[in-house]
Design a protein around this ligand. Structure first.
Ligand SMILES: O=C(O)c1ccccc1N[C@@H]1O[C@H](COP(=O)(O)O)[C@@H](O)[C@H]1O
Length: 213
């Protein structure tokens, strides 16, 4: 590690207690999920109300699955998102980044080292496990990547590790992969869609206290 603090994104906020914990314990980013089949789905109006309670420098990420322009326009009309996290093709991600003037983070499903991209054409890549075959959503499945695939990987662009992280395993995940930033949803919940303030506090602390690998 180079001494730079690990970035932390807490994804899938739907209620005030979770949001306040993110602010209090120093998350870098919070995520709102605009995908209706997720237990963390939030409407644009609900996200707007929650976002109005944010204090400090925490940044708002909107998560979209194969969105068309109309969906993006409708949400951005209500909530001033700082970043768009996308599950779509690389070409569409670049197009959205240019059209909507916001940094885009693209999800990359990984099952082997051959899936790790050599180039990044958006602001950041989210390295996640490929979802289970019968999954109803492309992420947020509490499924863990084989971290050994990333050991020693230095892509030369910004990236973030996601998938199956929790307060108990995040320090080891950072130590093995060298991830500069981590993203969690299921692992800090007390029930689907409901965040646990205590788990958020422990996750953020442990993400920034990497184990010796
Ligand atoms: O959280 C969701 O419901 C979700 C839905 C559709 C796409 C992505 C989703 N979540 C993202 O998935 C990863 C890992 O989640 P988990 O910690 O394993 O539950 C994370 O990037 C979330 O942003």
């Amino acid at each position: 590690m180079d001494g730079v603090q690990t970035g932390v994104k807490i994804c899938g906020l739907t209620e005030e207690a979770g949001l306040e914990a993110c602010v209090e314990y120093g998350a870098d980013w919070i995520g709102f999920v605009f995908f209706e089949r997720s237990p963390r789905y939030i409407s644009a109006l609900q996200a707007k109300a929650l976002a109005s309670r944010i204090t400090g420098s925490i940044r708002k990420v909107g998560l979209f699955v194969r969105p068309d322009d109309t969906v993006l326009e409708r949400v951005l009309d209500q909530v001033d998102l700082d970043i768009l996290q996308l599950y779509t093709t690389p070409e569409r991600a670049v197009q959205i980044q240019a059209k909507f003037g916001r940094p885009v983070w693209s999800s990359i499903p990984v099952a082997s080292q051959a899936d790790l991209p050599r180039l990044c054409t958006v602001e950041r890549l989210l390295i996640e496990p490929k979802p289970p075959v019968h999954a109803t959503r492309p992420g947020g499945n509490a499924q863990q990547l084989n971290w050994d695939l990333l050991h020693g990987w230095q892509p030369g662009y910004s990236w973030m590790l996601a998938g199956g992280l929790n307060p108990e395993n995040v320090s080891q995940a950072v130590a093995i992969t060298g991830a500069p930033a981590v993203d969690v949803s299921s692992g800090v919940e007390s029930a689907p869609g409901i965040k646990s303030p205590d788990a958020i506090a422990r996750f953020i602390h442990n993400a920034r206290s990497p184990a010796v690998s």
